[in-house]
Design a protein around this ligand. Structure first.
Ligand SMILES: CC(C)(COP(=O)(O)OP(=O)(O)OC[C@H]1O[C@@H](n2cnc3c(N)ncnc32)[C@H](O)[C@@H]1OP(=O)(O)O)[C@@H](O)C(=O)NCCC(=O)NCCS
Length: 241
């Protein structure tokens, strides 16, 4: 990163914030099109929040800026019904990587989830969950933390638009109250259902073959443990995630 100054961090809370476009551009440059959500959906989420329509959910867009440029973003949603925060996008511009910006943004998002949990359900946050590609070295960086359990089942992100294919990813669970070595399948089923309904806004998850496929993979397994570490690819910087 040019210059000695450090990035500054803030949360975007207004749908009219002019930085939204630049943040979305960073996400578009970083992720494959099958993982992209339109900028209008971000603005709509902020508008819903501004209109006071949300009860037990909160959406967050944490950003890092440096010399007038957006150099990092962490988005995510707190879901009160399962008392968990879900990390959406985490991206740092190529020139600003390896300087702690990603970790700092993720930590800020987690702090927002803690605050939401206390305020909206009056309890300590249970967990932070997220989806990462199996071959993304960031997953290895995450699972080095004892609290992070990369769940060993076939997780599929739903298609974001007609014509896309569902994306095969790893779902991880970062236990906040206590680290877990395994998670009950019954709990995972409720996580899957609520994320499909409330994050991806899919009205009837069971009507989708890929959702049924995930439930099938959990069938007959009371608990799901960790993806074997040796099974994960070694760090090597990926191009597009
Ligand atoms: C993943 C990403 C956000 C990390 O941002 P960053 O600012 O470079 O990360 P940090 O500097 O905070 O590094 C945090 C830790 O992760 C490690 N790490 C960061 N990026 C890594 C990578 N691509 N591969 C392996 N390890 C990585 C760092 O070594 C560091 O470990 P340490 O705390 O033990 O030193 C950034 O590389 C990126 O935008 N990647 C493309 C998008 C992506 O994969 N997002 C995550 C999945 S949604």
């Amino acid at each position: 990163m040019a210059g000695k100054s450090l990035p500054t961090y803030r949360e975007i809370v207004h749908s009219t914030d002019p930085a939204i476009r630049r943040v979305h551009d960073l996400v578009r440059r970083t992720f494959h099109s099958n993982k992209l959500i339109g900028i209008h959906e971000w603005r709509d989420s902020l508008r819903e929040q501004e209109a006071g329509l949300w009860t037990d959910i909160r959406w967050h867009l944490q950003i890092a800026e440096h010399l007038g440029r957006v150099v990092g973003v962490a988005s995510g949603m707190y879901l009160g019904n399962i008392n968990m925060g879900v990390v959406g996008y985490l991206a740092v511009s190529a020139r600003a990587r390896g300087l702690g910006v990603g970790s700092r943004l993720r930590a800020r998002l987690r702090t927002s989830f803690h605050r939401d949990a206390r305020k909206l359900v009056g309890k300590p946050l249970e967990a932070v969950i997220g989806e990462v590609r199996r071959d993304n070295p960031w997953l290895r960086a995450l699972v080095r933390n004892d609290r992070v359990l990369a769940l060993d089942f076939k997780y599929l992100q739903p298609k974001l638009r007609p014509g896309d294919k569902p994306v095969s990813l790893v779902l991880y669970y970062e236990g906040i109250a206590r680290p877990l070595r395994r998670l009950a399948s019954a709990r995972i089923r409720t996580i899957l259902y609520t994320t499909w309904r409330r994050i991806y806004r899919i009205a009837r998850p069971l009507a989708h073959a890929e959702f049924r496929r995930m439930l099938k993979d959990l069938e007959g397994r009371a608990f799901i443990g960790e993806v074997p570490l040796g099974d994960l690819p070694l760090p090597a910087r990926p191009s597009r995630s």
